[in-house]
Design a protein around this ligand. Sequence first.
Ligand SMILES: Cc1cc2nc3c(=O)[nH]c(=O)nc-3n(C[C@H](O)[C@H](O)[C@H](O)COP(=O)(O)OP(=O)(O)OC[C@H]3O[C@@H](n4cnc5c(N)ncnc54)[C@H](O)[C@@H]3O)c2cc1C
Length: 282
Amino acid sequence: MRNGRDMTMVPLPATIIGRKELSADTTLYRLTLESSEKDRFDFNPGQFVQLSVPSGGEVPLSLAGPPLLHYSFELCVRRVGHVTDMLHHLLPPNRVGVRGPFGNGFPLSEWTGRNILLIAGGLGIAPLRSLLYALLMRRGEFGEITLMYGAREPSAILFKEELAELSGRRDMHLFLTVDFATEQSPGGLACNTGLLPTLLRGVNFSTTGTVAAVCGPPALYRCLLEELQGFGITAEHIYLSLERRMKCGVGLCCHCAVGDLFCCSDGPVFRYSQLKGISGAI
Ligand SMILES: Cc1cc2nc3c(=O)[nH]c(=O)nc-3n(C[C@H](O)[C@H](O)[C@H](O)COP(=O)(O)OP(=O)(O)OC[C@H]3O[C@@H](n4cnc5c(N)ncnc54)[C@H](O)[C@@H]3O)c2cc1C
């Protein structure tokens, strides 16, 4: 509490300083806080902010860019409804409100020396992009790094230019797949056709001492989690990010309860072993 008010509940003014259309319905925004908080804004990949659009409302959004991005941060937003549609109409230097960062994020320091497998389905690439760049910034601390990313169709693949650059790196592996192929090589990228579980079964990756971070829609979790355990990756070492409708973002309002856990403050990143016994968690 500062000045008698809980500052976690007070949005700070932020300015949109950049935006890039990534697909027909998804845009990458770069924002900077206007206040003195700007140089203190730091986060762990997997954390989220509550972004408010003036006269619109507030929505939780994952931090999608690398940490320490010169006093700015990135959000990758799909236009699905009221608030995200209003945001879509804002251009630099429009202003919004930001609370956070909230939630726990991925525990990178516990992963030292391990092989890392990242699996992103659709918009799940947003938090995993942040995680990937954080891992690459500390590249020497980890074993093999593999990113598997699946999208509905070639036009829905986000961050095509960055993926092209990543595919040329020798210190990580990148595998892409689309459910439906409408073009041979989307944006010049080598791409498989089929669902992520098929990709997982069809490519080589290290399964010894491996940590998996999975982010995507619930249907992806339902088909991938058992499969990953079949490769010998235990539920303790599988991390996933949950999405729930949330209000306060700090564990006060109980809107995002998952059993005894709150998605906003205990998560949104959970070990699969934490969720396995909770009915309706996934
Ligand atoms: C921790 C967390 C991180 C998220 N990160 C991102 C992100 O990086 N990028 C992004 O685009 N979206 C993200 N979301 C989802 C985003 O918060 C919702 O899309 C947004 O709240 C929709 O608000 P709206 O007013 O535009 O839509 P509404 O008009 O409220 O709803 C439109 C449709 O979206 C569905 N919806 C609304 N809220 C959610 C939700 N929380 N989860 C799933 N479906 C929802 C509704 O059921 C409805 O079908 C995240 C959600 C959480 C909880």
